[in-house]
Design a protein around this ligand. Structure first.
Ligand SMILES: O=C(O)[C@H](O)[C@H](O)COP(=O)(O)O
Ligand SMILES: [Mg+2]
Length: 301
């Protein structure tokens, strides 16, 4: 059974057991542009105890550089190397695992974070933030309608969270995905994400629409893909037995931590409720749960 963190002794025990803290972002640190209570104090407290902190987000709308700036706006100094996003994970997957030749282009249904990370590893991209994707398709206009004018050098389609999802974007992704040689990559599987006190459709819901149309299943690069954990462990040389994954979602964050051999802490400021935790089989229970991340700071006072 998961242990609810409610006392100073428990926080001290957590501090003595773990040297590295992996943090999910949406629903743990912030909701949209609002920092959750006592997050800054908790991160500062961990750093003052010489803990390594790493941020692992499935939100592909931003690149690692964009996240450095987002943290900065909140007054939090974070290095690019401390951030692992699903846009970055997808770019690394295409470049290092698929080894897609650099003269191939990548068509994107998603936002700027995916474009930036793909450009950084050397790919030209199409789709993405192109404003033409907001236009209604005119299938009668054979000369100008983009579905009749595909770029033959597209070698992969990447889909992520796209809050401007429309028929044009889906139709273009589908045209490329009908070519079996075009790789299909998803940033992450989250069905929903928490923002402004609401649950909104997540990347997984956008991607499912395209996958259903294409009759194909993408490889998903974000949490809980163990490749992302391997990349984190490789670049930060962390001891998994002394590390803990903090998240707000069971099928991404908690699975990612558990499968990676880390302890897990579920916070209830995002997607899950305590009822969801209680329904789980013993082996799927997070190691700990807490009402919010900031409890680690508050309970220590
Ligand atoms: O739909 C999405 O892309 C995700 O739900 C989302 O933004 C998750 O981000 P995380 O909680 O991993 O920071
Ligand atoms: Mg989250």
């Amino acid at each position: 059974m998961s242990l609810k963190v409610t006392s100073k002794d428990q926080v001290e025990s957590i501090l003595s057991k773990y040297d590295t803290f992996l943090f999910d972002c949406d629903g743990v640190l912030w909701l949209g542009n609002t920092l959750l209570p006592k997050v800054m104090e908790t991160l500062n407290m961990l750093r003052s105890h010489h803990k390594k902190v790493i941020f692992v987000t499935n939100n592909s709308t931003k690149s690692r550089e964009d996240y450095v700036q987002k943290f900065d706006k909140f007054g939090l100094k974070v290095q690019k190397e401390e951030i692992f996003g699903s846009a970055y994970a997808s770019a690394i997957y295409i470049s290092e695992i698929l080894q897609l030749p650099k003269d191939k282009k990548v068509w994107i249904m998603g936002q700027k974070g995916i474009e930036t990370e793909l450009h950084e590893v050397g790919y030209e991209t199409l789709g993405g933030t192109d404003p033409k994707l907001d236009e209604v398709l005119d299938l009668d206009d054979k000369e100008n309608c983009p579905v009749y004018n595909l770029d033959p050098s597209v070698g992969a389609v990447v889909c992520g969270l796209e809050t401007k999802i429309n028929y044009h974007r889906m139709a273009m992704a589908l045209q490329y995905l009908q070519k079996p040689e075009v790789e299909f990559v998803a940033t992450n599987i989250d069905s929903t994400y928490p923002t402004h006190g609401l649950k909104m459709p997540g990347a997984g819901s956008c991607i499912e629409a395209v996958a259903f149309a294409a009759g194909r299943t993408p490889v998903s690069c974000g949490k809980p893909n163990p490749g992302m954990m391997d990349a984190i462990c490789k670049s930060h040389k962390i001891d998994r037995s002394r590390s803990i994954m903090v998240g707000d979602r069971l099928n991404t964050d908690m699975k990612f931590g558990r499968d990676g051999g880390l302890a897990t802490l579920l916070v209830l400021t995002g997607i899950e409720t305590v009822e969801n935790v209680k329904k789980l089989e013993e082996k799927e229970q997070p190691t700990y749960y807490a009402d919010k991340l900031g409890d680690l700071f508050e309970l220590l006072q």
